[in-house]
Write a protein that binds this ligand. Structure first.
Ligand code: COA
Length: 121
């Protein structure tokens, strides 16, 4: 594996979450797990993105950008039509990533909702 990549984490089992929805994010060597994300099938061919996380010791190195890159590639591969998520309005680092990748804020409150519509590419 020569690029950062997402690996389905079906072996992670902690109810009530569906382990199939969890993806672990690895560096280009495949040796270091840098973070994880949950991608839950939602209606109309969309994904609900949750628990988007880079582990503390790896933060500030651009990995969230790389993980979002992987998420969007996977979404296109799986022909997902949209991705939505909730984020605290104070979470400026996460919001920076979401907006950089084209997510639009559609609920503007203490907790904001963002959505990205995925066209064919
Ligand atoms: C949000 C999170 C995923 C960001 O991960 P990260 O790997 O540190 O992020 P990156 O290094 O890729 O940086 C993303 C952007 O934020 C900026 N940034 C990074 N750390 C920052 C900080 N402490 N303060 C301000 N901006 C910061 C970076 O410069 C980068 O911007 P750029 O793309 O314009 O250069 C990480 O902080 C995290 O896991 N937080 C806890 C879980 C969480 O809150 N998840 C979001 C739930 S909705």
């Amino acid at each position: 594996m020569s690029k950062p990549h997402l690996v389905s984490a079906e072996r992670v089992k902690y109810p009530p979450r569906n382990p199939k929805d969890i993806y672990e994010f690895f560096d280009s060597t495949g040796m270091k797990q840098l973070g994880k994300v949950r991608l839950v099938p939602a209606g109309m061919g969309g994904w609900y993105l949750a628990d988007f996380m880079i582990y503390k010791k790896y933060r500030g190195n651009g990995y969230a950008n790389e993980m979002m890159d992987c998420v969007l590639k996977l979404a296109r591969k799986k022909k997902r039509k949209s991705i939505f998520l909730w984020v605290a309005a104070t979470n400026t680092t996460a919001i920076k990533v979401y907006e950089k990748y084209g997510f639009s804020r559609i609920v503007d409150d203490k907790v904001c909702m963002y959505i990205l519509l995925l066209g064919p590419k």
